[in-house]
Design a protein around this ligand. Structure first.
Ligand code: CDP
Ligand code: CDP
Length: 229
């Protein structure tokens, strides 16, 4: 069977990575969380003192970029790849609300995007990849055989994220998460370089009222239609 490229884009916390991981596992494809790469650069910028809630030294970050080596390593126990910054596993460091609140600012910088898109294209050059993000179907893999654009109501998304974080023991209010989700949606959709927009040929899926399993089965049907036309 021929290998294809699957691009999953959409708003924050719509379930992109959950579905992308399930698809990759069932197809034997590589899963790439492109958002983790933008989070990695944000974490790097924080460590370098280039960004905080009070300031953003954009030029400083750009000059530091050659020193930020973002990569993935497959974790056999987890069954997916984790993100590394200069050979340090930073998977846990990048999921904090602090990083979530700064990442859209960093992701709007064209130099950051250029560096990461190059790596993403390289990882996907042999196909057999499921990548999720904001510009995968529009910029990274405009020729992807299957493009999904996921959406759900902001309340639903924030509640899902809230439950996830609560289960991890992090003390965060629902309102703080809702605010973050809405702010990021706005920044990601309105930036100049590679804004979050549905690719013309993407299939839009609203999963506000559908379980992960049902959604996975629906998308698997779409994959099979592409694989066996
Ligand atoms: O998982 P969640 O939807 O909360 O976010 P993410 O996929 O981890 O992405 C974090 C942020 O990275 C997004 O809000 C975007 O600002 C940025 N991003 C991007 O600009 N382009 C991508 N392809 C992926 C993420
Ligand atoms: O990758 P993205 O930010 O789009 O979302 P995610 O991390 O895959 O999903 C965010 C949360 O929503 C996770 O806790 C999922 O288990 C949950 N979810 C859900 O409850 N129902 C869905 N149909 C999709 C995701």
């Amino acid at each position: 069977m021929k290998d294809i490229t699957i691009a999953i884009d959409g708003f924050s916390s719509t379930g992109k990575s959950t579905i992308a991981k399930l698809l990759a596992k069932s197809l034997g494809y590589v899963y790439v969380d492109s958002g983790a790469m933008y989070r990695a650069i944000t974490y790097f910028a924080m460590k370098q003192g280039r960004i905080s809630t009070e300031h953003f030294d954009r030029d400083g970050l750009i000059s530091d970029l050659p020193n930020a080596n973002v990569s993935f390593k497959f974790n056999d126990d987890l069954g997916f790849a984790e993100v590394y910054l200069n050979n340090e596993n930073i998977e846990k460091n990048i999921r904090t609300l602090e990083v979530s609140n700064l990442v859209s600012t960093v992701a709007a910088v064209p130099e950051v995007r250029k560096q990461l898109v190059k790596i993403q294209k390289e990882i996907g050059k042999n196909k057999a990849v499921v990548m999720d993000g904001r510009d995968i179907g529009t910029v990274v893999f405009p020729d992807a055989e299957l493009k999904i654009f996921m959406n759900a109501s902001a309340q639903t998304r924030a509640m899902r994220r809230y439950n996830e974080i609560k289960n991890n023991g992090e003390a965060i209010t629902f309102d703080a998460i809702l605010e973050n989700v809405q702010k990021r949606d706005h920044l990601d959709s309105t930036r100049k370089d590679s804004p979050l927009v549905k690719a013309e040929d993407a299939i839009e899926v609203d999963n506000s009222n559908i379980s992960i399993e049902d959604q996975f089965q629906n998308i698997l049907k779409l994959v099979n239609t592409v694989l066996n036309p």
